[in-house]
Design a protein around this ligand. Sequence first.
Ligand SMILES: Nc1ncnc2c1ncn2[C@@H]1O[C@H](COP(=O)(O)OP(=O)(O)OP(=O)(O)O)[C@@H](O)[C@H]1O
Ligand SMILES: [Mg+2]
Length: 298
Amino acid sequence: MKQIIMLPLFIIKMTTALFVDLTAYRNLSIAKRRIAEVASEEEEQGVDAAFPVGDAGIELAGVDFAYERDNPVFCGLDLVCSPGRLTALVGDSGCGKSTALSLVAQYYRPDKGSVLIGGADTAAYAPERVLENVSIVDQDVFLFDDSIAENVRYAKPGASDEEIRAACRLANADGFIERMPEGYDSRIGENGSRLSGGERQRLSIARAILRDSPIVLFDEATASLDIENELAVKRAIGNLLARRKTVIMIAHTLLIVRTADSIAVIGDGHVIEQGTHEELVARGGKYAAMWAADRQLA
Ligand SMILES: Nc1ncnc2c1ncn2[C@@H]1O[C@H](COP(=O)(O)OP(=O)(O)OP(=O)(O)O)[C@@H](O)[C@H]1O
Ligand SMILES: [Mg+2]
């Protein structure tokens, strides 16, 4: 009698177990197929040799680029960024400033034309070998849930504590770090959630200073910072620029742009005009108009 009552329960238990096992098997075969697909994908082109960075001058020559086929961002873009100098990119929102940095950073390859660094065509090299020479500074900096010191050290594994402190001092970050309860050992939370935008940006600058690469790409935050943060970031930028790197900077305040060695105005898919602040103001073109508008606001 007892066995007869137990039988349906036993059958239910067995079918459930069978169902779970079959589902797991099915999921595993899907995963296996996906892995096989990735493994059989064509390898990225570009030789894995060290990139000959030379003088680290940057040139975008005759670049066409589109994210989506019938919506080109660049059409015959020519941009020259002299070695060891600061080139500022300005232009209306959506004109392609961030895209230009992405092309230099090898996130995308141009559809036509080339991105040259130190005279060498980057297309012939693996992106990561080119990137060994490039630091990227922005507020969206990737931070992990560890101490401040480890987050900065990420830019140069094996850097000494003293090197990290020196970089943070130049990046104007030591003040807020030392005010934290455990100083350089303070944990910063999941993706730096405990830090303000300006603080994140200064950590990003500290990484760039520690990394000491010949090229720095700088996307200044659009979000406004409070006055104290803004001054601190400006001083940090000054210290970074003093190190004679080839810097391309997207700046939203014309006050920083003004001090650039060269200013490139982007519009209609190409560089409309390029020169120093004085040259462009004298030219009476788009930059002169932007400058006049900015002065009026101030
Ligand atoms: N990942 C993407 N996919 C498709 N289109 C994109 C992508 N990123 C940017 N775009 C488009 O490309 C154009 C250039 O964008 P980009 O971000 O380079 O402009 P921007 O000059 O940096 O603007 P902002 O000053 O607002 O940051 C815009 O029209 C934008 O909508
Ligand atoms: Mg942008």
